[in-house]
Design a protein around this ligand. Structure first.
Ligand SMILES: C[S@@+](CC[C@H](N)C(=O)[O-])C[C@H]1O[C@@H](n2cnc3c(N)ncnc32)[C@H](O)[C@@H]1O
Length: 216
């Protein structure tokens, strides 16, 4: 994930999105965990690769970043009902995704920021690999909520963003240079940017970064 994307996510947290779920952990998890610690937020990061999950978990532990958990959830056959709703002309629906029951068990009951950067999708450009994220967690998405999908410059991810916009009826924004699609409920209130402790820590995006990308 690009640094500018991580900065945007930190700003979403500073503006009130405090219950955060990330699909696909990595460096982003460390930065978001630092922000969570500063802001009194909580981050749950879901990772399908057991070894990678352990590596990132160890980094969190080393930095005493207790505001974040990395939870290993394996990839498993996808529930047919969910897969059926995920087709689009020119693309195939995914047959496998995070094991649904384990993922839902790992996630909080209320999600205010959903960051979708997994499972890895670069090697299957004709499959909507990440599409199940919103239908799988739709009932957990809080009233004020933001969904961010990474790698939206890829055709499949761009199509997924459109599918989610249609399903949710939310506004879709493509903030420049982030490679993110950002969906927000149009009536979704945002706090003003946080000042004070979090803003003084030098975390990325603290100082009034305002996404200005086109809406479509
Ligand atoms: C796009 S990456 C997620 C990266 C993370 N959200 C970030 O921005 O730092 C998707 C997946 O690639 C795998 N991955 C990423 N970096 C890796 C690495 N250095 N070694 C092994 N696996 C990696 C993980 O399984 C991860 O869930």
């Amino acid at each position: 994930m690009r640094p500018s994307a991580i900065a945007l996510l930190v700003e979403e947290m500073a503006r009130g999105r405090r219950a955060v779920v990330e699909l696909g952990c990595g460096v982003s998890t460390i930065v978001l965990a630092r922000a969570a610690r500063e802001l009194g937020a909580r981050l749950v990061s879901i990772e399908h690769d057991r070894d990678w999950a352990a590596e990132i978990r160890a980094l969190l532990r080393r930095e005493r970043l207790g505001a974040a958990d990395v939870i290993h959830v394996p990839i498993a056959p996808l529930d047919c009902g969910l897969a059926g709703a995920l087709s689009a002309p020119g693309f195939r629906a995914p047959r496998r995704w995070y094991e649904l029951a384990a993922l839902r068990e790992a996630c909080p009951g209320r999600v205010e920021l959903l960051v979708v950067d997994g499972p890895p999708a670069a090697d299957s450009p004709g499959v909507l690999i990440r599409a199940p994220a919103v239908p799988a967690l739709r009932d957990r998405l809080a009233g004020p909520c933001t969904v961010a999908l990474d790698d939206v410059s890829r055709r499949a991810e761009s199509r997924i963003a459109e599918l989610w916009r249609g399903a949710l009826g939310w506004e879709l924004e493509l903030p420049p240079d982030t490679d993110l699609a950002v969906l927000r409920a149009s009536n979704s209130p945002m706090d003003p940017p946080a000042s004070g402790r979090a803003a003084r820590t030098g975390r990325p995006g603290a100082a009034g970064h305002r996404p200005t990308g086109r809406r479509r």
